[in-house]
Design a protein around this ligand. Structure first.
Ligand code: NAD
Ligand code: WQD
Length: 341
């Protein structure tokens, strides 16, 4: 990627976005963030500055606000956009579908209209392994068929992928990277940024971290009778710093080979729930309380990524293992306990 690009990052104070902002700044790019702070804190900007020496510009705005976006994009001189902004809690999306369709799809449509108007047509989008549903085989390759979404959150990811695909089909100047993340976890090694859920977390790693911190009583292991090596579910956990670097690799590739591309971002191997809990215990230095519980409705037994396409086309590979993911998540969890605002 050319140094000194101007990149707009929606959702850039969030978990994955903040790590991508760090990587962009460290690679010499100029970053402007749009975030409505619905699930992140303003102080992320100062903490990114402590890591990188540079504070990204922060525009506190909602991606559904067309006038605000028009000003930001119109004045910005951006060459590319990384689009993280959206709501991401699967169970909540079932309870509040309109909020999810409005924020994720409505917000994306508004964003893309504004980008088109200002001829900023290089977009990297945060999609998800959820688009594969319960895969027919593992590891999952990008050309496997997507399955009908089982929840509104997953539906929004499929629809946004389709919108970007249609945009590219209508006008090949749209240069689109659809990144299907597997299970992003961990935190920056500085301990200054990480996943910072406003409510009780939904995902395994932050739950385990909060149990370790004494904020939650114990981890429910949702299913111990799956046909896996220890009976618990298998996922492809990928360190958020590796994931963030994947976005820079995708921008590079979009510059070298314009088009509409899909890439899985994962490690290419699976970890069970019980293995992750044990790894976190090693990182923390004590055993994490956990107990067997019923399967969680909608969960698949196992999924992990085939990452050969990303390796081949992006020259990118995740290098951080599960112990490092847990150690970094634990360092961040202890720091986050003292955060206010
Ligand atoms: P996050 O909630 O930490 O970050 C999302 C950011 O978007 C937050 O800072 C939030 O305040 C902001 N935001 C939400 N709605 C907005 C709106 N309408 N306007 C402006 N800003 C808005 O989540 P994350 O884990 O960093 O996820 C980033 C993206 O990656 C999301 O699109 C998510 O769906 C996707 N993704 C996440 C995971 C995961 O497990 N974390 C997996 C696959 C895909
Ligand atoms: C991981 C494993 C659970 C909590 C979700 C979304 C997906 C993507 C990532 C955004 C499973 C088990 C969990 C707990 C447990 N997000 N578990 N006890 O379900 O793989 O993916 O987040 O795109 O779309 O669906 O992630 O972290 O919720 O669960 O045993 O308290 O941990 O059953 O096997 P999941 P997860």
């Amino acid at each position: 990627m050319l140094a000194g690009m101007r990149v707009l990052v929606t959702g850039g104070t969030g978990f994955i976005g903040s790590h991508a902002v760090v990587e962009l700044i460290e690679a010499g790019h100029e970053v402007s963030v749009v975030d409505n702070l619905v699930n992140s804190k303003r102080s992320v900007v100062d903490r990114v500055a402590r890591i990188t020496g540079t504070a990204p510009e922060l525009n506190v705005a909602d991606i559904r606000d067309e006038d605000a976006l028009d000003r930001i994009v119109g004045d910005g001189g951006f060459e590319a956009v990384i689009h993280f902004a959206g709501l991401k809690a699967v169970a909540e999306s079932v309870q509040r579908p309109l909020d999810y369709w409005h924020a994720n799809v409505g917000g994306s449509v508004t964003l893309f209209r504004v980008l088109d108007r200002h001829a900023v047509r290089t977009v990297v989008f945060s999609s998800s392994a959820t688009v594969y549903g319960d895969p027919d085989e593992v590891p999952v390759t990008e050309d496997m068929p997507t399955k009908p979404a089982t929840n509104p959150y997953g539906g929004t990811k499929q629809v946004i992928e389709q919108i970007l695909t249609d945009l590219h089909g209508a006008d090949p100047r749209w240069n689109v990277g659809l990144l299907r993340y597997f299970n992003p976890v961990g935190a920056h090694q500085s301990g200054l940024i990480g996943e910072d859920p406003n409510d009780i977390p939904n995902n395994l790693m932050p739950i385990v971290a909060q149990v370790a911190a004494g904020m939650l009583p114990g981890v429910n292991v949702y299913g111990t009778d799956y046909p896996t090596r220890d009976g618990s579910g298998v996922r492809d956990y990928v360190h958020v710093v590796d994931l963030a670097k994947g976005h820079l690799a995708a921008l590079d590739r979009l510059t070298a080979a314009p088009g509409r591309h899909v890439w899985n971002l994962g490690t290419g191997s699976g970890t069970t729930v019980l293995e992750l809990i044990a790894a976190f215990g090693r990182a923390a230095g004590f055993e994490i309380p956990h107990r067997p519980a019923d399967r969680r409705p909608g969960d698949v037994a196992e999924t992990w990524a085939d990452v050969t396409k990303a390796e081949r086309e992006l020259g990118w590979r995740a290098v951080r293992g599960i112990d490092e993911m847990c150690a970094d998540a634990w360092r961040w969890q202890r720091y986050a306990l003292g955060l206010e605002e």
